[in-house]
Design a protein around this ligand. Structure first.
Ligand code: SAM
Length: 286
């Protein structure tokens, strides 16, 4: 195999030249490939869908962590569901005020292979004493969980295979139950230009459950089809309305240097194009 051809979208796709194959295995749950590409760095794919690349992972991981954590303002306990490559964990660990981070990943092989072949993703985060790594199905974990979290991040693949259950009504209900009073749930929700059903289904599942729900977006080049949307579901109305001035101060106070996230991008990311607003039933007439 000299090229890796993504098969996620059927009639439309992307390919990566495999400059060096690093690892390929059928794990207990999925087909895992990690290879070197001269343009995008090391690339990991699961079941024919690109999961992460060294070149652009920072955009995705910064937007799914710093947006909810800085909007909340006093996060102490975080749950990550999925995230086996370790990039999400790395970004959450950069917040000194966070006291506990639980990460529930279904596939031990993904953790092990990414530690070995994508070390920059986790960058030592698994050794952070605040981290508790649980190898389990995220749905089973959250259904039986008695803990509450200030932020829950669903960093899962598209709704196929083992990840399908992480887009179910029962999953969102359990996440709602396990959020603290000002808690925020965020999740990767596909590129709406190609996967509009994903935002439609998520909107239907969260709108009656959470006091405030919406989506925000960022263009992550290797998640093809334009901007990727992130689901936002909060237990209070205030966190999404935080002023730009407050966000700027909170971000500055963290001392975190980012490649993509800043307070202005945070606020602007919640402005959605008309076709997405129509798809989620939030049509605006202006
Ligand atoms: N950024 C990627 C995307 O947007 O598709 C997701 C990256 S991360 C590698 C996805 C992780 O979710 C994988 O490690 C996969 O093993 C894990 N996963 C899939 N289904 C899961 C489940 N039911 N419970 C926990 N982890 C799951």
């Amino acid at each position: 195999m000299t090229d890796y051809r993504e098969t996620l979208h059927g009639h439309y796709g992307q390919f990566f030249k495999i400059d060096k194959m690093l690892h390929e295995v059928r794990t207990e749950h999925q087909h895992l490939v990690i290879f070197e590409n001269a343009k995008m760095g090391r690339v990991m794919a699961l079941d024919g869908a690109i999961q992460t690349t060294e070149a652009d992972e920072f955009i995705y991981h910064e937007m799914l962590t710093h947006v909810p954590i800085l909007a909340h303002g006093a996060v102490r306990n975080v749950l990550i569901i999925g995230g086996g490559d370790g990039g999400m964990l790395r970004e959450v660990c950069r917040h000194a005020d966070v006291e506990r981070i639980t990460m529930v990943e279904i596939d031990q092989s993904v953790v092990d292979m990414c530690k070995e072949y994508l070390p920059k993703h986790s960058n030592g985060a698994y050794d952070d004493p605040r981290v508790n790594l649980v190898i389990d199905d995220g749905m089973r974990f959250i259904a039986n969980c008695t803990e509450t979290f200030d932020v829950i991040i669903s960093d899962c693949p598209d709704p196929t295979g083992p990840a399908e259950v992480l887009f179910s009504e029962g999953f969102y209900q359990a996440c709602h139950r396990c959020l603290s009073d000002d808690g925020i749930f965020v999740a990767q929700n596909g590129t709406p230009f190609l996967q509009i059903e994903e935002v439609k289904t998520t909107a239907k599942n969260i709108q009656d459950l959470f006091a405030d729900w919406h989506f925000y977006h960022a263009a992550v080049p290797t998640y093809i089809g334009g901007s990727m949307t992130f689901a936002w579901a909060a237990k209070n109305q205030q966190t999404r309305q935080i002023s730009l001035e407050t966000l700027r101060k909170r971000f500055a106070d963290t001392g975190i240097a980012t490649g993509y996230y800043n307070a202005d991008i945070h606020q602007a990311a919640f402005a959605l194009p008309q076709y997405v607003l129509q798809a989620i039933g939030k049509i605006t007439n202006d």
